[in-house]
Design a protein around this ligand. Structure first.
Ligand code: OOG
Ligand code: NI
Length: 263
């Protein structure tokens, strides 16, 4: 599968989990194409499921591992990947360090992982396949009490949890504040954890995001409407050599994760 086909599949899946994305495209792109800065995936650090299993498909398409990020309170570790063709979106993949979580959480995750077909993550299509297991509402609530990340992952599985508008490439907006004002003016709710704008020119990256759209998820014992996927907006600043910064900022990412928390 080539890069464009993969990203098209991921985008189609994402539109179902973030129906607002279509209207946001119209609002910010004003009919022009929108450049995607990056997408992000979440996974469990478990055999057959860690960052490397997801990343293998991006490496095969020419991506290279770049930055590493640590989120101690959330018990997450992440890496980002870049393609030599800088016009391709970056990829951010995080994993929950299960060994640091409670026995109860680990037991629920073991129950989910036991439902996985053999070699599941070796099929590139898993990157837009969603949750390959069934979760009960009680399991979801129990995960939610300990780790919102684990709960989200149990319900939504493997798919781009957000796409990211490259604000640098928008012709109608020069600042992230301008983008945020347009979004709020149209009724979209922004993630205000750590302030609506995370980061600054000093750290070479400013980011904001919507709160995830609520979507009905089929649990083992019936459907629930819960926060699904969100849209992010990134403005990058030039480094000393004049090239735009291509990394992420852990303190900002820590708050972006919370875009899938219940409002
Ligand atoms: C990833 C959060 C981090 C960023 O741009 O800093 C991130 C996630 O929510 O899975 O996307
Ligand atoms: Ni992001």
């Amino acid at each position: 599968m080539d890069i464009n086909t993969l990203f098209n599949h991921m985008w189609q899946d994402y539109l179902h989990q973030c129906p607002s994305a279509d209207a946001i495209h119209q609002l910010l792109g004003k009919g022009e194409a929108i450049i995607n800065d990056h997408v992000a995936f979440r996974t469990f650090r478990a055999p057959g499921l860690g960052i490397d299993k997801l990343a293998q498909h991006f490496l095969a398409l020419g991506y290279e591992a770049k930055g590493e990020y640590h989120f101690e309170a959330k018990k997450l570790y992440a890496r980002h990947y870049e393609h030599p063709d800088a016009s391709q979106p970056k990829v951010f993949i995080s994993e929950l360090m299960l060994e640091q979580c409670s026995e109860a959480l680990q037991a629920i995750v073991a129950d989910l992982v036991a439902q996985l077909p053999q070699g599941y993550t070796d099929d590139v299509a898993h990157l837009y396949g969603g949750a390959p297991w069934l979760v009960t509402q009680a399991q979801y609530r129990s995960l939610l009490a300990e780790s919102e990340y684990a709960a989200w992952l149990s319900a939504f599985g493997f798919r781009a949890n957000h796409f990211t508008v490259s604000v640098n490439d928008l012709s109608g907006f020069d600042t992230l504040q301008g983008v945020n004002d347009a979004l709020k003016g149209s009724g979209f709710v922004l993630n205000s954890a750590g302030g609506e704008i995370k980061g600054s020119a000093e750290v070479l990256l400013e980011q904001s995001s919507t709160m995830a759209d609520k979507v009905a998820v089929a649990f083992k014992d019936g459907a629930l409407e819960i926060p699904a996927c969100f849209y992010e907006f990134a403005l990058r600043y030039p480094m000393a050599d004049g090239a735009l910064y291509t990394g992420f900022v852990a303190a900002s990412a820590d708050k972006i994760f919370e875009s899938t928390n219940a409002g």
